[in-house]
Design a protein around this ligand. Structure first.
Ligand SMILES: O=C(O)c1cc(C(=O)O)c2c(n1)C(=O)C(=O)c1cc(C(=O)O)[nH]c1-2
Length: 250
């Protein structure tokens, strides 16, 4: 016998329950929050997360490319503008570069991606490639880790200024900007998701997609833990040089 689907309310609750696996609970993230992260760890996180930032609009462009629905595209396109900016307003990528400067990293270092660890690159690329290959509804719903993002941005705004007085407060604009944007993204992402997955099996598949996205975020921090906490960056047994690849443009 076929199992009944969850109601919309139950399904949304099941998605929200996945918050227990959000990267806010990763020890690397906890250390940044509780003030025990070193300057090098914060800088490493900012430089590595920059790769996520630059890939997000590429991921959203892949969703648009696969979406035949004009109304959805009209709404979804705002995400690209949020990150890339438009005439008269700088976007999230520029704000992240200023966060980089606020923690003492030249923008050229971020732009060169020389600090992006292979594990971080692979995790982020997996997300972009998923968005290229999945249906637009599945790709759209994979953004729903953003359900938990306003809380994580707020937690940084609340804790970092006290713990890290050496960070220029001008750098925090990105987190402030995302509080509003993420809430709007979630509202749209949920509208698509809650109506697209209507059978029990489909709902289970969506929960697995959300787990995949949680794994992307968690794995990024695992790679950073190896490099900046355990001091085991790639090839550490062979060389102290950053010999790993910088991304292969296809
Ligand atoms: O700082 C964070 O912890 C965090 C997490 C996430 C997320 O949950 O995917 C995003 C962001 N930030 C973010 O700034 C952002 O623009 C963003 C877009 C998306 C997405 O999947 O489309 N996630 C996130």
């Amino acid at each position: 016998m076929q199992r009944e689907p969850m109601s919309i309310t139950e399904f949304e609750q099941a998605l929200r329950d996945k918050g227990r696996y959000y990267h806010i609970h990763h020890p690397f993230h906890v250390a940044m929050y509780d003030g025990s992260a070193t300057r090098e760890q914060i800088q490493g996180w900012v430089a590595n997360r920059f790769y996520y930032q630059v890939c997000i609009p590429v991921k959203d462009a892949a969703i648009l490319a696969n979406c035949p629905d004009r109304d959805t595209r009209r709404e979804w396109i705002q995400r690209i503008i949020d990150h890339d900016g438009e005439p008269g307003s700088e976007g999230g990528i520029e704000a992240w570069l200023r966060l980089g400067e606020a923690v003492g990293l030249d923008r050229e270092v971020l732009l060169s991606q020389e600090l992006v660890l292979p594990g971080v690159r692979f995790a982020v690329d997996a997300y972009v490639n998923f968005a290229r290959r999945a249906s637009w509804q599945e790709a759209a719903s994979s953004s729903l880790t953003e359900l938990f993002a306003p809380h994580i941005h707020q937690s940084r705004l609340d804790s970092w200024p006290q713990h890290y007085p050496w960070i220029d407060p001008a750098g925090y604009d990105y987190f402030r900007k995302r509080l509003k944007e993420a809430r709007r993204d979630v509202e749209h992402g949920l509208r698509i998701t809650l109506h697209h997955y209507t059978t029990w099996e489909a709902q289970q598949r969506m929960l697995e997609i959300l787990q995949f996205k949680l794994d992307v975020l968690w794995s990024m921090l695992d790679a950073m833990t190896m490099a900046y906490e355990l001091e085991r960056p790639p090839y550490h047994t062979v060389t102290a040089d950053k010999v790993w690849h910088r991304g292969i443009a296809l």
